[in-house]
Design a protein around this ligand. Structure first.
Ligand SMILES: [Zn+2]
Length: 388
């Protein structure tokens, strides 16, 4: 990772203030002192190099006032366009790329089909996509890539990605070398969590769980303000929490995992066994809404399995807020069908005060994945700004 040559060295306090400003967009010096625990003098010293680098600017004549004295507040505002990033969600079928500013506003987006998913060909496709998005955007300075599977964010190495069929691919190093841009690689669900942590519901929270329900059941955890990566790259595998020892076979080799019951393949298999072949998840939801008993049962079981899974998370780590999202609840249909089952099972299984966690089900747009990748690039830029 390289900063720009002219980047001033930020103190740890400077980094903290820069992070806070990128999260909030703008803040008064008083609010910055309050939110970071720094003294007003430390805030002044922290803001100075950011002003000099053109990453923030100040305005002094806001209608709002600063504290009880009633003085006009000096607002410090992020220059969101000063550094742009490219985020790419890499799948076996498509590359989905966005250009974002420091506030993770999407400025441009593109989707391209994947021709050949072998590493050499796909890395070249990613490089070409970055080059296309970067044209005429001189402030693009970094890239974030989101990949499903076992990813070492520190090294940018993809250890294993089942959907891509990749083993031990040095993705980050390859893309950095070919594009000349600092490149961050993260597991796709952790990238989504990073987006929520910086720009969404996770701002200001010390613990947050994000669960994706789709072909697989993914989960990323923020605990004590840190994204959990696991000692061996695996953590939060809620998809393989046991729900029913006599349940359907899971691809992991066990029976009755959350993923075997609530993953889209599990749902469609159970509908096929009931005589409903060739359906999509949306069709199952439509059937359930019309009162068809098999669809009601299968989606009810799926919602219940997800509820047990998130109760397990709440019981283990005491998450404040749990977001459930993903392609299986990507339109309003499925989500209203599963929602009460998720909440009921959660309420039954969460122990004591762990049940206080806020549960939020929401659709997932595909652009959110790429935006999560972009958030990882912003996080890397802000956290390492001015350091080698
Ligand atoms: Zn399993």
């Amino acid at each position: 990772m390289t900063g720009r040559p002219e980047a001033p060295v930020l103190s740890p306090a400077g980094t903290r203030v820069f992070q806070q400003l990128v999260m909030t967009g703008e803040a008064s010096r008083t609010a910055l002192a309050h939110d970071t625990g720094l003294t007003p003098g430390a805030i002044t010293r922290a803001v100075r190099p950011l002003l000099a680098a053109g990453l923030v600017h100040e305005t002094g004549d806001r209608a709002s006032t600063d504290g009880a004295l009633g003085r006009p507040a000096t607002m410090v505002t992020v220059q969101a366009g000063a550094h742009q990033v490219i985020g790419v969600k890499v799948t076996g079928d498509q590359l989905f790329g966005v250009v974002c500013d420091l506030r993770c506003e999407v400025l441009d987006e593109v989707t391209v089909p994947v021709g050949d998913r072998r590493p050499e060909a796909l890395i070249q496709q990613i490089t070409d996509l970055v080059a296309g998005l970067r044209a005429d955007r001189p402030t693009v300075g970094s890239v974030g890539l989101a990949v499903s599977g076992d990813v070492d964010a520190g090294s940018g190495h993809v250890a294993y990605s089942p959907f891509l069929g990749w083993h031990d691919v040095p993705l980050g190093a390859q893309v950095a070398e070919r594009t000349g841009l600092a490149t961050t690689v993260e597991n796709d669900v952790r990238a989504l969590l990073t987006g929520e942590r910086w720009y969404g519901v996770g701002r200001g929270l010390s613990s947050l769980a994000l669960v994706t329900v789709g072909a697989g059941i993914g989960c990323a955890l923020l605990v004590n303000g840190q994204v959990v990566h696991g000692s061996f790259g695996v953590a939060g595998e809620v998809g393989h929490v046991l729900v029913d020892p006599d349940g359907p076979l899971c691809h992991c080799g066990n029976r009755g995992c959350v993923e075997a019951i609530a993953g889209s393949a599990g749902i469609l298999d159970r509908m096929a066994q009931a005589g409903f072949g060739a359906l999509g998840i949306g069709d199952v939801a439509d059937l359930a809404r019309s009162g068809q008993s098999d669809a009601v049962r299968v989606l009810g079981d799926a919602g219940r399995a997800v509820g047990i899974g998130i109760a397990t998370i709440a019981n283990l780590v005491g998450a404040q807020h749990i977001v459930i999202t993903g392609e299986a609840i990507s339109d309003e249909h499925d989500y209203d069908v599963m929602d009460p089952h998720v909440r009921r099972a959660f309420a039954e299984r969460a122990f004591g005060s762990a049940a206080s966690a806020a549960i939020e089900l929401r659709p997932l747009r595909f652009v959110d994945w790429a935006r999560g990748a972009a958030a990882c690039a912003v996080e890397n830029f802000v956290t390492h700004y001015g350091r080698s």
